[in-house]
Write a new protein. Structure first.
Length: 552
């Protein structure tokens, strides 16, 4: 690798226009996949690259494509992407690489005006980047020709397999010239992908990037042993103590994504959700906000997360442990970009230790165990944040409108007393809620659920709304917090049954919650809330009275 380490883009036999564009984009030297793929791609070799987003693969196929483009109005290269987001991102990077050449890029994808895409194609283009379905639409309508295509790229091939696009890809490849160059990139190589390579590629050069090159050395990898029910509390503590710049949280299911995002929003975090049930416009809006800093925390499923290629993600949190080592590598590759430091956090329940060991063995990596932040550490972190916020307010002069009020109050009160009172007014309720919560729950690691009475310091309540009313955990949490005027994180475990729901609140505020919630309306119906019956979970009476619990 000593020889490879010294290679620069200027050593790859590239033209002046491409080198100039690369320099302007800030790339100093090729990544491992670029060093291995660009030279043979320039020679016209078919390539199978085992690599993923974040390894520099777009430039590894984009540079050879642009270098070989000649004048003309018909597409000479076709890049197939699984999602609209990736198609747009790849088009943007190809456009930057082609900045100083007479070379144009058109992006085609579903969910956008096909008429506008037709106009762009009629005007002429050198490179088409698109999703399989929309590419076939244009080919069927005759609004795009692939007769002159000399290079086809199948990007994120395993994701296209997962999304059911393999038949579309086969159809597209059959319509392109047999003499074409084909480059296939995939994070994993399932048998179906290898079959496509065998049928449609000619003596492909196989390039696999070593896992130690995929997992950036500056990514700090840690795990926390967490009970399933304690995950929301541990997540809150981590976010408070770490104060991450931009965070991506991965969950297994769409429901879990919704629940986690709703909890975070209720706690005052600037969070959003992303999964397959959202409309395309919502996905674009959410991605734009996350990329531009409009939201700081994005909660996503693996499928939705594959389209995320955003700089400056400081933390990736595996709220649910990845289901396979490849998934782990793919997730944490979202941080530690461009030589920056990053932190990858994984929550591991006691029964998931074997999965953790599998990930460490296959991914050839090691996660260090960390202790869950204490309540005292959280309080200290919040106090530090308050100081920083106050300093920013003073620096920007946002406080001056209140100066007259302060001067008047200062005539009858000590300035320190006055400042402390102002902080108490602004943050006191938060601190009190934290105190109640942590007195009730001295350690998330030692929590013991007690049916009827709830865990120590908590009281279990009964609510007349359940699964039959199509209610979700996030809705109930929101109703309890908004109606009772208490922080969402003060609410304990929520169990939704078929016809009713149990939830826990600190014992000291039970009467307040009962009074408030008996006025509440959820899903269009008024609910009734009472103290739950103090029966053990294993008793026959409990089973008789409260049957058919649906697991969350």
């Amino acid at each position: 690798m000593e020889k490879d380490a010294a290679i620069r883009f200027s050593d790859l036999n590239l033209g002046e226009e491409v080198i100039r564009a690369i320099n302007e984009m800030g790339f100093e030297e090729p990544t491992p996949i670029q060093k291995l793929a660009i030279p043979p791609a320039l020679e016209g070799r078919d390539i199978i690259g085992q690599a993923q987003t974040g390894t520099g693969k777009t430039a590894s196929f984009g540079v050879p494509i642009i270098e070989k483009i000649f004048s003309g109005k018909r597409p000479q290269a076709l890049v197939i992407e699984p999602t609209r987001e990736l198609a747009l991102q790849v088009s943007e990077e190809l456009g930057a690489l082609a900045k100083f050449k007479k070379c144009s890029v058109v992006t085609v994808y579903g969910g956008a005006s096909i008429v506008e895409q037709m106009k762009a194609l009629r005007h002429g283009t050198n490179i088409v980047v698109g999703t399989p379905g929309r590419i076939i639409d244009h080919l069927t309508r005759g609004t795009m020709s692939v007769a002159n295509v000399s290079t086809v790229v199948l990007d994120e091939a395993d994701e296209m397999l997962d999304m059911g696009f393999i038949a579309d890809i086969e159809k597209i490849l059959e319509m392109t010239p047999e003499s074409r160059q084909t480059m296939l990139y995939s994070a994993t190589m399932p048998p179906e992908i290898l079959k496509i390579a065998k049928r449609h590629m000619r003596d492909p050069l196989k390039i696999a990037i070593n896992v130690k090159d995929i997992v950036a050395p500056k990514i700090k990898q840690v795990f926390y042993e967490v009970l399933e029910r304690d995950k929301p509390e541990v997540l809150r503590r981590l976010l408070d103590v770490e104060s991450p710049e931009r965070t991506l949280i991965f969950c297994h299911t769409k429901r879990e994504v919704d629940d986690v995002a709703a909890r975070l929003q209720k706690l005052g975090y600037n969070a959003g959700a992303l999964h397959g049930d959202f409309t395309q416009s919502h996905r674009e809006d959410m991605m734009g906000k996350f990329r531009e800093g409009g939201i700081e925390i994005l909660v996503a499923t693996d499928v939705a997360g594959r389209g995320i290629d955003v700089e400056n993600i400081s933390h990736v949190i595996n709220y649910s442990i990845p289901q396979n080592p490849e998934g782990y590598i793919h997730r944490i590759g979202r941080t530690g970009r461009a030589g920056r430091a990053g932190i990858a956090v994984t929550f591991v329940t006691p029964r998931e230790y074997r999965q953790l060991q599998l990930i460490e063995r296959i991914a050839k990596t090691k996660l260090s165990r960390q202790e869950i932040p204490t309540a005292a550490e959280v309080k200290k972190a919040r106090q530090r944040q308050i100081k920083e916020d106050l300093s920013e307010i003073i620096e920007k002069g946002k406080h001056r409108a209140y100066m007259a009020v302060i001067r008047e109050l200062a005539e009858s009160a000590d300035i320190e007393e006055l400042g402390a009172a102002a902080l108490s007014l602004a943050f006191g309720s938060m601190e009190i809620a934290e105190l109640v919560k942590h007195q009730a729950r001295p350690s998330v690691d030692r929590r013991m659920e007690q049916r009827g009475t709830g865990e120590k310091g908590m009281t279990r309540l009964f609510m007349t709304v359940g699964h039959k009313d199509k209610v979700q955990t996030a809705e109930i949490l929101k109703a309890i917090a908004s109606e009772s005027g208490i922080p969402g994180h003060s609410v304990g475990k929520i169990d939704i049954m078929d016809h009713f729901t149990f939830f826990e609140v600190p014992s000291g505020i039970v009467e307040k919650v009962l009074t408030a919630m008996n006025r509440a309306v959820i899903r269009g119906r008024r609910v009734s809330v009472t103290k739950a019956k103090g029966l053990p979970a294993s008793s026959k009476t409990y089973q008789k009275n409260y049957p058919k619990k649906k697991r969350q």
